[in-house]
Design a protein around this ligand. Structure first.
Ligand SMILES: [Zn+2]
Length: 315
């Protein structure tokens, strides 16, 4: 049965018709009017209607950023969209003649990797999405882990530094402040400030007024020692976090997605290094693999569509 997957992002809403094999047969996208909750609901309804027209569609899954309840119905809280206790599923169901489920966007992306991407050969997988922030998804014994209230697997808000840097979530010392794209820029700026290996970073910063993720990526491609040092620092933080996650979840595989993961082994090598150094019961604990996500841009819509099928009991 084909299903529709919708991924509501901060800048765009993407939608697709997805087969049971995870293949996309049609897709659409529109810009998100992030400040306007009603406009987003209207856009999602229009997109589902348009994608379903003339097709036999069994269900639709909607991936949204933020905390979703255990019934996969209400958005508790979304950082960039004014949704607080928003009954998103009810609002869509009353306008669409289709089974609808809501899921967290990182969960949807992780599920897509587990079903059709890097995690398809394991039963237990932990995914970290390294974008502006840090997202997480956990699959354990072939099931997506959501927690008792539905808001689990927020791996970005694991505390790694007691009373560390303040986080957007209101707490301090979350891994999001040490392992995200935004953290990478902070580290790159600090290296630029001291000169030495940071000279190229400082030069680009002077030229452009400030450092962007694109600037750091371009320098990484050139093997610039300053940009590499910033990425290594980021990878070390993430590797330590993975060692703690292994103690709790014991996955066979860690998958890294998000914009920063295009650095590939430049990111994974320091992650592996720090992981081994911090792993509890080191030497006696079977070691997981660390890989880069395979589905990249389509993961959210593919995972949301497949989770809609799971919700119907078709999977
Ligand atoms: Zn946090």
């Amino acid at each position: 049965m084909d299903a529709i997957g919708i991924d509501i992002g901060g800048t765009k809403i993407a939608g697709a018709v997805v087969t049971e094999l995870g293949e996309i047969v049609a897709e659409e996208r529109v810009a998100t009017e992030a400040g306007d909750s009603d406009a987003i609901v209207d856009a999602v309804v229009a997109m589902i209607e348009s994608l379903a027209a003339g097709r036999d569609i069994g269900a639709a899954g909607v991936a949204a950023p933020g905390f979703i309840d255990a019934a996969q119905s209400t958005v508790y809280y979304t950082p960039n969209i004014p949704w607080r206790g928003e009954p998103l599923r009810d609002r869509l169901v009353e306008r669409l003649d289709l089974d609808i489920t809501i899921d967290n966007d990182a969960n949807a992306a992780g599920w897509a990797e587990f079903r059709f991407g890097a995690g398809r050969l394991v039963s237990d997988m932990t995914m970290l999405t390294i974008g502006t922030g840090v997202g997480g998804a956990i699959v354990t014994r072939d099931q997506l882990f959501r927690g008792g209230f539905g808001a689990g697997a927020e791996l970005g808000h694991m505390r790694v530094v007691p009373d560390g840097l303040p986080c957007g979530c209101g707490a301090r010392g979350c891994i999001e402040q040490y392992g995200s794209g935004r953290a990478l820029l902070r580290m790159a700026n600090a290296i630029a400030d001291v000169g030495g290996i940071g000279q190229a970073l400082a030069r680009v910063r002077d030229q452009n007024g400030k450092l962007s993720g694109h600037d750091v990526s371009a320098l990484l491609v050139e093997n610039d020692p300053g940009a590499l040092a910033a990425l290594r620092e980021l990878g070390h933080w993430l590797g330590q976090a993975c060692a703690s996650l292994s103690a709790v979840l014991d996955p066979q595989l860690f998958v890294f997605g998000g914009g920063v993961s295009v650095a590939g082994d430049l990111l994974l090598d320091p992650v592996r290094e720090a992981y081994v150094a911090h792993l509890p019961a080191r030497g006696y604990h079977p070691e997981p693999e660390f890989v880069i996500a395979e589905l990249v841009n389509d993961a959210g819509v593919v995972g949301a569509a497949d989770l809609a099928r799971v919700h119907l009991g078709l999977r």
